[in-house]
Design a binder for this molecule. Structure first.
Ligand code: SF4
Ligand code: SF4
Length: 365
C-alpha cells in the first residue's frame, strides 16, 4: 500500500490587517450616538447650519464649513484647534469635502462660525446653495489624469463664494469635475470633464515591455486597437477613424500617450442628477466643448459656469433643478438664454448614437 503523505500542519493564521475605514461610531458626537435612528425632524436656522431634534428632546447643531479640499498639516491643525476651542471636539467630512462640526448648544454656533470665517473658511453649502464641488483625484493621487480636478474646484469655488454662503438658487446645485473621461468622472447639475480630442500617440519601443497587448485590445470600446509588429517588435496600432479619443487604453498601456498640453481640453455638461425627487434621475448633456485646460485658475471654465448659473438663477422656477429647468424651456432656449454657441460638436455623430437620436420624421417644436 502506497504510503500516504501527511498534510503539513497549518501554521496559525495571521490576523488580517484592517486597511479600510475605521468604524465611524467611535468618533460620533455622544448626542448622535444616544439618539441614533430616533430623530424627529431637522431644519436650517441659517445657511450652513443644520439643526436636528430627537424624539428624546435632545437637539444638535451642525456647522458646515467649505475647505480647499487638499489639506496639509497646517490647515488640519488650524481647523482642529478651532473645533477644540469653539466646538466640542467632534468633526466629520462630507463626500464633497465639507467639514461638519457638531455642537449641543445654539450659543456655540455663532462664535464657531466667526472663528472659521476669521481663519478664512466659509460656512455654507446647505439647502439651495452651490455646495462644494465634488471632484476626482487629479495630479496629486491618480496616474492617468489630464488635468488637476481639485485645482479647478478651488479656483471655481473662489469665484462662487457668495453662492456657497447664501441659499439663493432655485434648488441645490451640484457641480462635479473629473480629470479623465472614463473612470470616476462626474455627473452633476454642471459637470466639468476632461475631453481628449486626438487619438493616442504610441511609443512603439516601450509597448512590448510595458503593456499586456490582449488586455489593451480588449479595453477599447470601439475595437480600434489591433496588435501589430512595428520595427520588428510586437506593438499595437490604432484605427484613427474609429477611435473616439476616450483614453481607456492609456491606463493599462502608458506608452499609448493621450494626454496632450494642447489637444486635451475641458468640456462642460449640464442637467445631470441622481435624485428622483420631483422628476426622474437624468443624464447630463454637453453644452461647451474644447475649453482650454488652463491651470492654475482655469478662467475660461469659470466664465461659462458663472454664465450658466446666473441664467438658471434668473430663469428657473422655485425647486427646479438645472435639468428640470432645461427640460421645461428646451435646449434651443437654453443656448439662446446663456449665449453659449451651439456647434457641430454638440451633435452626437458616433455611429452607436443612432439609438439616442431623434430619428422620427415628425417635425417637433
Ligand atoms: S477621473 Fe480618471 S484621472 Fe481622475 S482620479 Fe478618477 S480615474 Fe484618475
Ligand atoms: S482612446 Fe479609446 S477609442 Fe481610442 S484607441 Fe484608445 S481605447 Fe480605443
Amino acid at each position: 500500500m502506497a504510503q500516504q503523505t501527511q498534510a503539513p500542519e497549518r501554521k496559525k493564521m495571521r490576523t488580517p490587517i484592517e486597511s479600510g475605514c475605521p468604524d465611524g461610531m467611535q468618533y460620533m458626537h455622544p448626542l448622535m450616538l444616544k439618539n441614533f435612528g430616533n430623530w424627529k425632524y431637522h431644519d436650517r436656522p441659517r445657511p450652513g447650519v443644520l439643526h436636528h431634534v430627537a424624539y428624546s428632546g435632545d437637539e444638535i447643531w451642525t456647522v458646515r464649513v467649505g475647505t480647499q479640499r487638499q489639506l496639509g498639516p497646517y490647515e488640519i491643525n488650524l481647523l482642529c484647534d478651532i473645533v477644540d476651542q469653539y466646538g466640542e471636539g467632534y468633526v466629520r467630512f462630507t463626500i464633497r469635502s465639507n467639514l461638519e462640526v457638531m455642537v449641543s448648544k445654539w450659543d456655540k454656533v455663532g462664535p464657531l462660525i466667526q472663528a472659521f470665517n476669521d481663519a478664512g473658511y466659509p460656512v455654507g453649502g446647505t439647502g439651495n446653495s452651490v455646495t462644494m464641488i465634488s471632484h476626482t483625484q487629479g495630479w496629486l493621487h491618480c496616474d492617468i489624469p489630464g488635468t488637476d480636478a481639485s485645482g479647478v474646484v478651488k479656483s471655481l469655488m473662489d469665484e462662487l463664494h457668495q453662492e456657497f454662503i447664501k441659499e439663493e438658487m432655485p434648488n441645490r446645485v451640484h457641480i462635479t469635475t473629473s480629470c479623465c473621461q472614463i473612470n470616476c468622472g462626474g455627473q452633476g447639475d454642471i459637470a466639468i470633464n476632461v475631453q481628449h480630442t486626438k487619438p493616442p500617440k504610441i511609443n512603439h519601443d516601450l509597448v512590448a515591455n510595458v503593456c499586456e497587448r490582449p488586455s489593451v485590445v480588449a479595453r477599447c470600446p470601439v475595437a480600434a486597437i489591433r496588435p501589430a509588429i512595428v520595427n520588428g517588435k510586437p506593438s499595437l496600432e490604432v484605427d484613427e477613424k474609429k477611435c473616439i479619443c476616450c483614453g481607456a487604453c492609456y491606463p493599462p498601456c502608458p506608452p499609448m500617450q493621450i494626454n496632450d498640453p494642447e489637444h486635451s481640453k475641458l468640456a462642460i455638461w449640464v442637467g445631470g442628477k441622481n435624485s428622483n425627487a420631483r422628476s426622474k434621475p437624468m443624464f447630463q448633456k454637453l453644452v461647451a466643448a474644447g475649453i482650454p485646460n488652463n491651470p492654475p485658475r482655469w478662467p475660461e471654465v469659470a466664465v461659462i459656469v458663472k454664465k450658466i448659473l446666473a441664467t438658471y438663477k434668473k430663469d428657473a422656477r422655485d425647486w427646479e433643478r438645472v435639468g428640470d429647468w432645461v427640460e421645461r424651456i428646451g435646449w434651443p432656449r437654453f443656448f439662446e438664454l446663456t449665449g453659449l454657441p451651439f456647434t457641430k460638436f454638440h451633435i452626437d455623430n458616433w455611429r452607436g448614437a443612432r439609438n439616442s437620436l431623434n430619428a422620427s420624421t415628425h417635425i417637433r417644436f
